[in-house]
Design a protein. Structure first.
Length: 74
């Protein structure tokens, strides 16, 4: 599977923090290293692309309404 640099970093960060809800701000500050000063919704578009690339395994990335995302493994 081919991922862009940011997609890879985002997926790695989510997987490193498995089963932990991460806010969009926390994700931006960690994955983008304070370099991004735009809308935190950019994460949503990256998540959408990652889910699509993961196919059925994309269901492991859970949206936590009002907070952000988590990589969930049961």
């Amino acid at each position: 599977m081919e991922l862009s640099f940011r997609e890879y970093e985002l997926l790695k960060y989510l997987m490193d923090n498995v089963n932990i809800a991460l806010s969009r701000d926390k994700i931006l500050n960690t994955v983008w290293n304070y370099e991004y000063y735009g809308d935190s919704r950019t994460i949503d578009s990256h998540i959408k692309k990652i889910r699509h690339k993961l196919g059925k395994k994309g269901k492991h990335i859970q949206t936590i309404r009002g907070i952000g995302y988590k990589f969930e493994v049961k």
